[in-house]
Design a protein around this ligand. Structure first.
Ligand SMILES: [Zn+2]
Length: 377
């Protein structure tokens, strides 16, 4: 017995020497990427020695970066080729980071809709039509000053680390199990390989990091949900639509949830997804929020009314979302509303008011309002 343990320990050391080089992370200067290094070095790498030798071998030369080159291809990408790689999409990563902070502010201040409002601001301020400064972080945007700042920041970093851990383990799972596919592979084949990576990630957590919060994956799901909802409301095609992924993963993740914060997250997400399932439900939900006094809800309500061709009512809600909730994008729509004569044309005339509204929108950074101004002139 003693001998066995001893040789086991020696074997472990040998593999550790090999895997010390495994999963190399190279910083690219993307904000927040130190969280990736931290999760890799503190949580993942120390456990690699427990993996079967063939898995250790496959992970040996994997290089990890947070890449700004991926733009719209999802959350992360794993490549198997002579130079095996994991690339985390920087755009996704920064969105997630901000979402996590907004989510936590919402929880601290008991404003469950705060993340939605912040993400609306964020997605508009990172959209190609926007030509202005980078969006403010949620704490600055919300003017949030926690009673215990250190405690809040720790909780935020912890949550972000959870989300990063979830993402990394899935990608590492692709490499450990050699679970790759051609982009033209059948849907069945893709699903099979994705599940293989997921199973590996789940097993790794259960074996070596059993005390980690269950929220990690849910935060990714919540973020992608917000992005999908935003795209649909804005009737915008810039981001890929991933609602199916959201629904499948939320279901799988929430089914076995036990922790209190996870259950709360799941019930909020389920309610949101349910409201998202039909325009009528979404309209009613936002209407109820407006009636309960939430000024921001006027903006998504207006977007829905606009899609329903209920222009006059839409314009009234755009107006109040700009005046009361400072939703800057509403200025652009108000320009359209004045142009169409849908807001009361008191003097000066509606054309002048339309120009003024578009000018406001340009001031806020929306370059498409400039085109509207040129067309009006
Ligand atoms: Zn995958």
């Amino acid at each position: 017995m003693r001998e066995l343990l001893k040789s086991g320990a020696i074997l472990g050391t040998v593999f550790f020497l090999q895997t010390a080089q495994a999963l190399t992370f190279t910083p690219q200067g993307v904000a927040g990427e130190q969280h990736v290094a931290h999760v890799l070095n503190d949580q993942i790498k120390p456990n690699l020695i427990h993996l079967p030798p063939d898995e250790q071998k496959r992970l040996e030369h994997v290089e990890i970066t947070v890449s700004t080159q991926l733009r719209l291809s999802g959350m992360a990408l794993s490549l198997a080729e002579d130079k095996p790689e994991i690339m985390i999409n920087a755009e996704y990563f920064q969105g997630l980071e901000n979402y996590v902070e907004a989510y936590l502010i919402g929880r601290y201040t008991q404003q469950p809709h705060l993340p939605e409002q912040y993400m609306n601001y964020y997605f508009w301020h990172t959209h190609p039509v926007f030509d202005g400064p980078v969006p403010k972080a949620p704490m600055t945007w919300a003017g949030f000053q926690p009673a215990d700042r250190i405690d809040f920041l720790e909780a935020r970093d912890q949550l972000l680390a959870n989300a990063v851990l979830d993402l990394l383990l899935h990608e590492i799972g692709h490499h450990a199990k050699d679970a790759f596919y051609h982009y033209r592979a059948s849907q069945y084949m893709k699903q099979e390989k994705e599940e293989q990576a997921d199973r590996w990630a789940r097993q790794f957590r259960a074996n070596y990091l059993p005390d980690e919060s269950e929220l990690g994956r849910l935060l990714s799901i919540g973020f992608i949900f917000e992005r999908d909802r935003w795209s649909r409301l804005a009737d915008d095609g810039y981001h890929p639509r991933l609602l199916e992924w959201v629904v499948d993963n939320a279901y799988a993740q929430c089914e076995d949830a036990e922790q209190i914060d996870t259950l709360a997250f799941c019930s909020e997400l389920n309610a949101n997804v349910d409201n998202y399932s039909s325009t009528e439900k979404a309209e009613n939900a936002y209407r109820a929020r407006v009636e309960a006094g939430e000024a921001y809800a006027s903006f998504p309500l207006a977007l829905i009314l606009l899609q329903e061709q209920n222009i006059r009512a839409a314009c009234r809600h755009f107006e109040s979302s700009l005046r009361v909730a400072n939703v800057s994008r509403a200025a652009f729509y108000m320009g359209q509303c004045y142009e169409e004569g849908m807001l009361k044309p008191t003097p000066p005339d509606s054309r002048v008011l339309a120009l003024l509204a578009y000018q406001d929108a340009v001031q806020y950074g929306y370059s498409d309002a400039q085109e509207s101004i040129e067309q009006l002139r």
